[in-house]
Design a protein around this ligand. Structure first.
Ligand code: BTN
Length: 244
């Protein structure tokens, strides 16, 4: 319950010490008709990542899923992923961590490229309007670096432990203040991005796109200047993005 956890969020907060997956719980709530809920946990026993991967979620992290019923088409839902990345990156910077956003949905330590946060957005609905969206954010917060996979780091490793309650509150407020306003989200995203202005290789099911990442467009497409011209990659089509 929100009050128990001490959060004064614009959403009601359902808190768990440990749970299988906050996204899975969010789905249950969404299917039962709930909305404007944040499911928050300190530990997940079956955390889910993108591309059917498992997400390592030891105790001490901040694992949260927003359950929303925004008035948007499914096509526009990636904007919420960008908003989640913006809100989380801002909260990390406030905590003193030099974080930046890698398109489409990772938050990394800028200096080393190690991963601090993963975001998984799931949705269901009709072609013109979603019925619900679950936006799940996993932050390697007060987590020992040796419990993390290769290439990942934690807030604990970089600056020491954070107050997870304060951190979660900042993410929730930051996310809420962006709403689904594309200009606000994209403007903030560009400022915090690591990917823009770099040469990248984006791997998609239909082949690789190689060139300079120059911009992000609503609702979350990456614009890449390739030798053959301008390419636009949808967030959902990206399997990997690497600097080249
Ligand atoms: C990724 O980088 O592959 C995305 C990882 C998303 C992890 C978060 S943790 C909170 C929420 N619940 C889950 O089961 N997954 C997301």
């Amino acid at each position: 319950a929100a009050v128990e956890y001490g959060l004064e969020a614009p959403y009601s907060v359902e808190y768990h010490d440990a749970i299988d997956s906050t996204n899975a719980r969010g789905r249950e709530l969404a299917k039962a008709g709930d909305s404007d809920v944040v499911v928050l946990a300190d530990e997940q026993t079956a955390g889910r990542g993108r591309l059917e991967r498992a997400w390592n979620a030891p105790s001490g992290g901040v694992y949260m899923s927003f359950v929303l019923r925004p008035d948007v088409a499914p096509m526009e839902a990636p904007l919420l992923t960008l908003a989640a990345a913006v809100a989380t990156t801002r909260a990390l910077r406030e905590a003193g961590v030099d974080a930046g956003i890698k398109w489409p949905n990772d938050v990394l330590l800028r200096t080393t490229g190690e991963k601090l946060v993963g975001i998984l957005t799931e949705m269901e609905g009709e072609a013109d309007r979603v019925s619900w969206v679950i936006c799940g954010i996993g932050v390697n917060a007060n987590v020992d670096p040796d419990t993390l996979p290769e290439g990942a780091t934690s807030v604990r490793e970089q600056v020491g432990d954070v107050d997870r309650r304060v951190f979660a509150q900042r993410v929730i407020e930051g996310f809420d203040s962006l709403q689904t306003d594309p200009d606000a989200i994209l403007g903030a995203w560009r400022e915090l991005a690591i990917t823009l202005g770099r040469r990248v290789r984006v791997e998609t099911r239909d082949g690789d796109v190689v060139g300079e990442a120059v911009d992000v467009e609503s609702p979350g497409r990456l614009v890449v200047e390739t030798e053959e011209g301008t390419a636009r990659v949808h967030a959902g089509d990206c399997e990997h993005l690497r600097p080249v």
